[in-house]
Design a protein around this ligand. Structure first.
Ligand SMILES: O=P(O)(O)OC[C@H]1O[C@H](OP(=O)(O)OP(=O)(O)O)[C@H](O)[C@@H]1O
Ligand code: HPA
Ligand SMILES: [Mg+2]
Length: 159
């Protein structure tokens, strides 16, 4: 999807991310136990840390991939993967959008449980667990991509 096709924005605060990642941890409790977590960098790192704390998991590894530059999807670039088939492992990412990243990671670790905090319709069937669904034309803004700033009153913006 090109940048122009994202009509809506869904900003997520740190507090909201913490709350949603903890809600995901509650859901994952009955799917485990898991031996370890595989975080998909970079977006999966923060939710993985929160979930590791909640589920008392100390073994954390990463797969490192890149697929977007700003809001434009490029080819999937593999920087690092891990050994094994994912048995008893939990894969965490911040979101699934088109599902391409999830599909590629799943092929490498077919036996892992795949969880994301957020999901869009094209990707939701590819993951095993998620918390909140947003529409395909929504761009999710994560707290690490934002900062507090001053904005104009609504009355001035509609003038
Ligand atoms: O379902 P898809 O269409 O494949 O998109 C989802 C992926 O895109 C984003 O990562 P990105 O590659 O932009 O890197 P980042 O995590 O470092 O921001 C996001 O964190 C997911 O990993
Ligand atoms: O909606 C999104 N937000 C942030 N990163 C993303 N990568 C794919 N889709 C998104
Ligand atoms: Mg990512």
């Amino acid at each position: 999807m090109s940048e122009a096709a994202y009509n809506k924005g869904f900003p997520v605060s740190w507090e909201q991310m913490h709350r949603d990642a903890r809600a995901l941890a509650w859901r994952l409790l009955e799917k485990g136990p898991f031996k370890g977590i595989v975080a998909i960098t970079r977006g999966g790192l923060v939710p993985a840390a929160i979930i590791a704390r909640e589920l008392d998991i100390r073994l954390i590894d990463t797969v490192c991939v890149r697929s977007y530059s700003d809001k434009t999807r490029g080819d999937l670039e593999w920087l690092k993967d891990i050994k094994g088939d994912g048995t008893d492992m939990l894969i965490i990412d911040d979101l699934v959008d088109t599902g391409k990243t999830a599909k590629a990671v799943r092929e490498k670790l077919p036996h892992a449980h795949f969880a994301t905090v957020y999901a869009k319709p094209l990707g939701r069937e590819i993951v095993d667990s998620f918390v909140t669904e947003v529409s395909q034309d929504t761009w999710i803004y994560f707290p690490w991509d934002m900062e507090l700033s001053v904005n104009a009153p609504i009355s001035e913006r509609v003038r």
